[in-house]
Design a protein around this ligand. Structure first.
Ligand code: OAD
Length: 269
């Protein structure tokens, strides 16, 4: 790993030699290579190339076809628990059939190269963990876990009587997915870790998120205010794009492997 001065020279060589990693700005590569601490926030776009639909993409997003008020709130569950359970059951099956994509795998490589690394996700699909990422901070829960809607305890098995939703074997309450719905509080330990990661990093990546759902959407701003270099990776502009130091408008599954290739080439130089 070159020192900072050497790094500038090496990046300069990259620039001069027609940098083969054209989509990665040399200045970004330089800051990334010099970083001691890296934090990543991901959203649904990171799983799009695994075939998991996002929420807000115009044609394919889930909220283009379904209403969050009818499916992703405590009120919706009280009103029609069967509908909510069955919708999540459909998504659970979809996620079970999906595989991590090159974006997930590149983030595992990234974690392996930085001693101080935080991966914060709004995704509930568990694909980061299946790719091999460790200590993932899940802000919105995980669809593969089920909990009792009365007691909040995680339930791993129950009597399959054909009821939808099934009932808690301990108290008879209705079971629900262990995800955070609209109007529900965020999990406190995860929010604390996410804040620490965002305010104590040299480089912060906001990847595949529309940055419209708070409090997660505030994390790139926190990183910015704390002096980090902030990078957005998203083929579409978001409300945050203009504030990012670097906005790479390509798919995460293309950009992230290129970024890791460029970083490894620079370190080996
Ligand atoms: P959204 O659906 O709001 O945004 C997905 C973003 O991914 C969009 O900005 C797309 O442009 C971008 N995108 C699509 N394909 C991509 C790709 N291949 N590479 C990179 N980016 C890509 O999803 P989130 O921002 O994750 O919350 O949504 C935040 C929260 O709103 C979700 O966690 C969920 C939702 O309602 C709850 O259910 C509580």
């Amino acid at each position: 790993m070159p020192g900072e001065m050497e790094l500038i020279v090496v990046v300069g060589c990259f620039k001069r030699r027609n940098n083969p990693y054209m989509m990665i700005p040399a200045e970004l590569l330089q800051r990334f290579a010099a970083a001691k601490s890296v934090t990543v926030l991901t959203g649904a776009g990171v799983s799009a190339e695994s075939g998991v639909p996002t929420f807000r993409d115009a044609q394919t997003g889930l909220w283009a076809k379904f209403s969050p008020e009818e499916l992703a709130t405590p009120r919706a569950f009280r009103r029609n628990p069967r509908l909510v359970w069955e919708w999540y059951d459909w998504r659970r099956k979809l996620v079970a059939g999906a595989k991590p994509n090159p974006a997930h795998l590149a983030l595992v490589e990234m974690q392996n190269l930085f001693l101080r690394f935080h991966l914060i996700t709004q995704n509930v699909d568990g694909l980061h963990q299946r790719a091999g990422s460790r200590n993932v901070i899940e802000l919105h829960g995980n669809i593969t876990r089920t909990k009792c809607s009365e007691e909040g305890t995680i339930i791993s098995s129950w009597n399959d009587t054909g009821d939808a939703p099934p009932k808690c074997p301990a108290c008879g309450g209705l079971l629900r997915p262990d995800v955070v719905w609209f109007e529900e509080p965020m999990p406190e330990p995860e929010m604390r870790q996410a804040m620490t990661g965002s305010t104590h990093c040299d480089v912060f990546f906001s990847i595949g998120t529309s940055t419209v759902v708070y409090p997660a959407a505030a994390l790139p701003l926190e990183a910015l205010q704390s002096g980090a270099t902030v990078v957005e990776i998203n083929p579409q502009p978001t409300p945050f794009t203009a504030q990012a130091h670097f906005a790479l408008a390509r798919a995460a599954g293309i950009v992230l492997p290129e970024l890791m290739k460029a970083l490894k080439a620079l370190r080996a130089f």
